[in-house]
Design a protein around this ligand. Structure first.
Ligand SMILES: [Mn+2]
Length: 265
């Protein structure tokens, strides 16, 4: 049995299928962890969701910002954007099943000594804290209050404090887990910067490089940062290799860090 983590698929179902063939994925034997952003910008978001749902026992996925955006569209909280490619989901007969499934995905989970999130965790959080905080946000996302949370995700970033309360607390948790690439030493996440790490704004560093990061025992597996690309470090594995931008879709076998990549056609 092997456990693979796969980077941001974003509706690139053809590439996903070829990558699964390459790793000889057997749902009865292996496990696949998806780092989020299963949908949008690519051509076949519905097919990716249906595949993940069909293989629910062997496929685990965290929510990314594009997945949350799809939920916002489905709930009517957000209007359509020009580059959206979500009609295949929103117009489908099984739309309700897909949105319900997505809404019940976690924002963070542990597997084999790894913590899987879409974007990152704050340097002040341990893996236990990150998982617990994710749980607080998941509870709101699955409640009748989901729309209130989803409409607030565009708010400016706040400095994290353990006693941050109410909606501001939940919004900050979701912003960090699904959108942050860099942050300041004092714990303020940067939600705008998406360039390469060497171009990070003054005072900001990649979240995994901030000195004194509290989490020490777990390797965080994440996506979301195509300009960073494949990142293999002691305690951080970045897997967004820009599949939807014509680059590659990456799988890493967590047991031995063997890499498998599929290029766009
Ligand atoms: Mn993303």
């Amino acid at each position: 049995m092997a456990t693979y983590a796969i980077g941001d698929v974003q509706g690139c179902f053809g590439m996903l299928k070829r990558l699964l063939e390459r790793i000889e994925f057997d749902p009865a034997r292996d496990r696949v962890l998806l780092v989020g952003d299963l949908v949008n910008r690519g051509p076949q978001s519905a097919e990716v969701l249906r595949w993940a749902m069909r293989n629910d026992k062997s496929v685990r996925a965290v929510l990314g910002n594009h997945d949350l955006y799809l939920i916002s569209r489905a709930l009517g909280v957000t209007g359509r954007k020009k580059r959206d490619t979500l009609d295949g989901v929103l117009d489908a007969r099984d739309r309700g099943d897909m949105i319900d499934w997505l809404r019940t995905r976690p924002l963070a989970f542990r597997q084999n000594g790894h913590l899987v999130v879409h974007a990152g965790i704050l340097p002040a959080w341990t893996a236990d804290e990150a998982e617990h905080l994710a749980g607080e946000a998941e509870e709101m996302l699955q409640s009748r209050d989901a729309a209130r949370l989803l409409t607030s995700l565009g708010e400016p970033a706040r400095k994290w404090r353990d006693d941050l309360a109410g909606l501001a607390r939940i919004v900050t948790i979701v912003q960090v887990l699904t959108r942050m690439r860099t942050c300041r030493k004092d714990g303020v996440p940067n939600l705008e910067f998406s360039g390469p790490p060497e171009a990070a704004p003054a005072g900001c560093r990649p979240w995994f490089d901030v000195p004194g990061r509290k989490e020490k025992d777990v390797t965080v597996v994440f996506g979301h940062w195509a300009a960073l690309g494949l990142h293999l470090a002691d305690r951080a594995i970045g897997l967004d290799t820009g599949a939807v931008w014509g680059n590659k879709l990456t799988a890493i076998r967590l047991d031995d860090r063997a890499l498998f990549q599929e290029a766009a056609k």
